[in-house]
Design a binder for this molecule. Structure first.
Ligand SMILES: [Zn+2]
Length: 574
């Protein structure tokens, strides 16, 4: 028999075996025992956290005649054929490969036939965010009128890419990253079953590197098994994951504590020569520093992210000044940013090492300048303050991490993204206004009532209190009486699509809907007009060789005209 990957062989077959998602599996089990299942579910979460495994177990539990306390028996013919992926009534679809409208239309037709062998027909659509807009549309129609005894389980790593209209029709479960402890427990179980020997440190290193994903953990374990003869060792796993041993990290941080530049640089070169990933070193150092600070405060091993509490860890945490650790986190964070923009990671790491092995001047000054209050309270407050700062820093780091893959470094953008509440996309509004004409607006207003009629009921409800206020050949600005409807409209890709489609059919060109809360519209409009005016003044100044004290454009007239027609006024002035 050919070799099968561990994560396939050891895929959990009972809710009980799904690691680290107790709250979810308990709810699903209860739904089964109480015969209270819904017709659509959304399982979202990072990769390898058990979404598709849970979906398959759920499909079995719904159909197994011997279900007990919400768990499938895994022994009857139905269970077995679902496990093997052979039961016609449980259909797994990978949206990453089947993203066409046709496939979903196909589902729509077939979903109407009753299940042949099972009680429930179950569609598991993996990576559902990959569906095309048309496919989402078709899926939405099915979810709006769900056929009897059909259950949809949608799984995704990127729920933000799914239209809200779909999400609102599902029961949603957010799968968490799995804790190192839970990953280690599962790996220990598997290795014991396989009767393979292992070093405990090796499992910790794997769990750390897997960053909360069981599938990643098991594939690293797979590699470690094929690497070694019969025993999973720390050395092998570190070689596979590119991680740095805790001993090396402690030595490196210790050099910083002792302000020993030479030792720090020697260690750094040693680490890099071993082929360790510079980014990994920075990441590991930051997490390790975090662990030291937390341990200093709590003495609680279970809240540590990556560190193992042994003698040298305790020694370091006793010896380390919180100020210095805090400084390390800050320096490493900065180094991480710099490395991102450079191909010379080593140079930045060397600079960081030199900086970290200097005595921290700022803090001694600060200490000298404050009046010494020999009270425990003061000290405690200091620590509290430091912890708060650190938490802030870690949050910032996380924020940075999340954005790293999605966009290039753009601090301004990132800041804007942080606010989760609805924000008008002024860039889009301006784009429409720049090309807006009163003819376009008049045309739009003409067809508006028909357009509203053509929308689906749910879409009509959103657009009920809206009003078109500006239009260009390819965009329209619409104001809403209620912010909540405005937000829903601007998030509703299906709605935006539908309006675009309609306009293309009726007016002959597509226009994209841009939504603005009614109360914000006057402000936005004014800001746009002022910007246009400023732009035109700048142009004039350039044209007339910076003539001093140029008369401003006749303000009230311009403002009013702008307010009415947008782009038209530009032509008039020209
Ligand atoms: Zn069964």
């Amino acid at each position: 028999m050919s070799y099968q990957a561990l994560y396939r062989v050891w895929r959990p077959q009972r809710f009980e075996d799904v690691a680290g998602q107790e709250a979810i599996t308990k709810t699903l089990k209860n739904a089964i025992s109480q015969g209270n299942t819904s017709h659509a579910y959304l399982f979202s979460g990072p990769r390898g956290t058990g979404k598709t495994s849970a979906a398959k177990i759920f499909a079995k539990a719904m159909n197994c005649p011997h279900v007990s306390e919400g768990e499938p028996c895994n022994d009857c013919a139905l269970c077995k054929s679902i496990t093997q992926g052979k039961l016609g009534d449980v259909i797994e679809i990978d949206a990453a490969s089947n993203n066409g409208v046709d496939e979903i239309r196909d589902i729509r037709e077939k979903a109407n036939y009753a299940p042949t062998e099972a009680v429930y027909k179950v569609y598991i659509i993996d990576e559902v965010h990959m569906l095309s807009m048309g496919a989402f549309n078709a899926l939405l129609k099915t979810l709006e009128e769900p056929p009897m005894n059909v259950v949809f389980i949608l799984a995704t790593t990127e729920p933000h890419k799914i239209p809200l209209t779909i999400i609102s029709r599902t029961q949603r479960f957010d799968f968490r990253r799995i804790s190192p402890q839970d990953i280690i427990r599962r790996m220990t179980y598997i290795l014991n079953e396989k009767q393979v020997d292992y070093e405990e440190d090796a499992l910790l290193a794997i769990a750390k590197a897997a960053e909360g994903g069981m599938r990643d953990a098991l594939s690293i374990l797979d590699q470690a098994l094929s690497f070694s003869d019969g025993k999973v060792t720390l050395d092998d796993t570190l070689r596979i994951t590119g991680s740095i041993t805790q001993d090396l990290l402690i030595a490196f941080i210790g050099a910083a504590m002792d302000n020993d530049t030479e030792k720090g640089l020697t260690l750094l070169h040693h680490i890099l020569q071993e082929g360790k990933d510079p980014n990994r070193l920075v990441d590991d150092t930051i997490t390790f520093c975090r662990d030291i600070l937390i341990y200093q405060k709590t003495q609680d091993e279970t809240v540590l992210k990556m560190s193992k509490v042994d003698d040298s860890f305790i020694h370091l945490s006793n010896q380390a000044q919180p100020e210095k650790i805090y400084e390390m986190i800050r320096t490493m964070n900065q180094t991480q940013q710099e490395m991102r923009l450079s191909t010379h990671a080593e140079v930045y790491l060397e600079v960081a090492t030199v900086r970290l092995t200097q005595p921290i001047a700022v803090n001694t000054e600060a200490k000298a300048s404050t009046t010494p209050i020999p009270s425990d309270n003061q000290e405690l407050n200091d620590i509290k303050h430091k912890l708060k700062q650190m938490q802030k820093l870690i949050d910032q780091l996380k924020q940075g991490e999340g954005n790293r893959t999605t966009e290039a470094v753009a601090p301004a953008k990132r800041k804007a993204k942080k606010q989760s509440s609805f924000k008008v996309n002024t860039t889009k509004v301006y784009k429409v206004l720049e090309r807006a004409t009163k003819e376009d607006l008049a045309k739009l207003k003409d067809v508006w009532p028909d357009l509203m009629d053509a929308l689906e009921t749910s879409q009509k409800a959103i657009m009920k209190s809206s009003q078109p206020v500006a239009a260009s050949p390819n965009g329209l600005v619409v104001t809403f009486e209620y912010d909540i409807l405005c937000e829903r409209a601007s998030n509703d890709t299906l709605l935006i699509e539908a309006i675009g489609d309609y306009l293309e059919k009726v007016i002959g060109h597509r226009a994209e809907l841009v939504s603005v809360p009614g109360r914000e519209w006057p402000v936005i409009r004014k800001a746009f007009i002022q910007q246009m005016k400023k732009g035109s003044q700048d142009d004039d100044e350039l044209n007339e060789n910076k003539e001093e004290e140029k008369q401003p454009v006749d303000e009230p007239v311009v403002t009013e005209a702008f307010e009415l027609f947008g782009k038209d006024i530009v032509e008039v002035r020209d």
